[in-house]
Unconditional design. Structure first.
Length: 445
């Protein structure tokens, strides 16, 4: 009897995750990205005309980057090579480029799809460049990272960037409803789940189709079965959506986007928005000490002397984060963020430093005036270091008319007080001091 091939249960389509089983084969089955793939849109016309250029698909996880590449592969008359930046190196790139060059010589185009192209280093990305330039390959890269930072400028300039957006809750709910009807999904079963439940899964998935489908699959597999029917209960759905995975990359663009959102919400005196962005970072696993450091910077950069307590509260919040960590320190950061949001605003500290910095970098490195130099040795005293120094505490007003700036910068003003909060008090004091010094310099003259 001839040997029979052994077929494993795990080789069947049924063993694949539902997101893989439901991957559409054409644009009509694609959910979302209407701004690119709607009727008459540029990318749709390029794909349908089999005229795609080298391009980068940039967007968050689960929005269809790989699916689009596979749809292009099905429609295109070009040779299509699916390539992973995770498992491949320079040697594999060179081998594929050689094959692509052979294809070009016989008149066949080669489309090379590189998933997670941001994982390639500069040398690996450079290996593509000459072949893209002479048309040996049409490069399609997919990335969740900002290509401005992660793709070489020379390579990026030769690619059209298409930005894919997170799917809307409506798109995801429609996709989930489709999964319940499609035979590749749960079309062969009778699944009892309400539209409201689908919408909750859609909201939980945070724009990620793969996450939405995986959550639906988990809910159905754990539902109450009765023959060919499955009922998804509230309890089951709650367990499957108990922990939302927030889109947040501690080293990526979203990290900087959200800390920027926190900073700008506080600057705009919006405590509700500020606390929301704070929660987004903390719940996604951000180091509370990082946030506390940025909050401390904000206290002086955007509040300053308009409310001197702002820095005290920010530093206290940092210390609290250091002492007790998450999750307890979330309330201390919240207190600081709300206080800073509601505090009067002044950027006088930053302006003062930047003005002084500009002079420090652009002016001649003038020596420190002799009168305020340190004179710890006899030689220094003999060279007039510190001669004529006036110790302010020896005078009734605790002031002297002594000049402390170099001659070329005498009279320069860096601190320009605002009219916010407590700062008018500092402004008044500053003006009184300047007037007193001016008067006594005239008397001395």
């Amino acid at each position: 009897m001839p040997a029979m091939d052994q077929v494993s249960l795990f080789d069947s389509d049924a063993s694949k995750p539902i997101a893989e089983r439901l991957r559409p084969h054409d644009l009509d089955g694609f959910f979302g990205q209407g701004h690119l793939l709607g009727r008459g849109k540029v990318l749709r016309r390029l794909i349908e005309g089999d005229n795609v250029p080298s391009m980068i698909f940039w967007g968050p996880p689960g929005v269809g980057k790989t699916t689009l590449a596979r749809i292009i592969a099905r429609r295109s008359k070009a040779a299509f090579i699916d390539f992973s930046a995770v498992t491949s190196g320079i040697r594999e790139i060179r081998a594929i480029m050689q094959q692509a060059e052979k294809n070009r010589l016989v008149g066949q185009r080669t489309i090379l799809f590189v998933d997670e192209i941001h994982r390639f280093n500069k040398a690996q990305q450079d290996a593509f460049l000459p072949f893209v330039e002479k048309g040996s390959i049409i490069l399609i890269g997919a990335t969740t990272e900002n290509p401005s930072f992660e793709v070489n400028g020379a390579l990026l300039s030769r690619c059209k960037v298409f930005v894919l957006h997170a799917l809307t809750p409506e798109d995801l709910a429609d996709l989930l409803a489709h999964a319940l009807e499609d035979p590749r999904g749960f079309g062969g079963q009778h699944v009892e789940i309400s539209r409201e439940m689908l919408e909750r899964i859609a909201a939980f998935a945070n724009g990620d189709a793969r996450s939405a489908l995986s959550t639906l699959e988990m809910a159905v597999l754990n539902g109450e079965a009765d023959g060919d029917s499955v009922r998804v209960t509230e309890e089951t759905l709650s367990q499957c959506t108990s922990r939302k995975s927030l889109l947040y990359d501690k080293q990526g663009e979203e990290h900087y986007n959200i800390i920027s959102a926190l900073h700008k919400s506080m600057r705009n005196s919006d405590p509700d928005a500020a606390v929301y962005w704070l929660a987004r970072m903390l719940e996604a696993g951000e180091d509370p000490l990082y946030i506390a450091r940025r909050v401390t910077r904000f206290a002086s950069e955007d509040v300053g002397l308009a409310d001197p307590r702002a820095l005290e509260i920010a530093v206290a919040a940092y210390q609290a984060c250091h002492f007790i960590g998450m999750p307890e320190c979330s309330v201390h950061l919240t207190e600081a963020v709300i206080y800073l949001s509601l505090a009067p605003k002044s950027n006088s500290m930053e302006v003062a430093y930047n003005l002084a910095k500009k002079d420090a970098l652009s002016q001649l490195d003038e020596p420190v005036p002799l009168v305020i130099r340190n004179a710890p040795t006899r030689l220094m005293k003999e060279l007039d270091y510190g001669r004529g120094y006036q110790y302010a505490h020896d005078y009734a007003e605790r002031l002297t008319a002594m000049q402390c700036l170099p001659d070329s910068l005498a009279g320069r003003e860096y601190y320009i007080p605002s009219d916010q909060g407590f700062e008018p008090r500092f402004a008044q004091r500053n003006e009184q001091i300047k007037a007193w010094k001016e008067e006594h310099r005239k008397d001395r003259g």
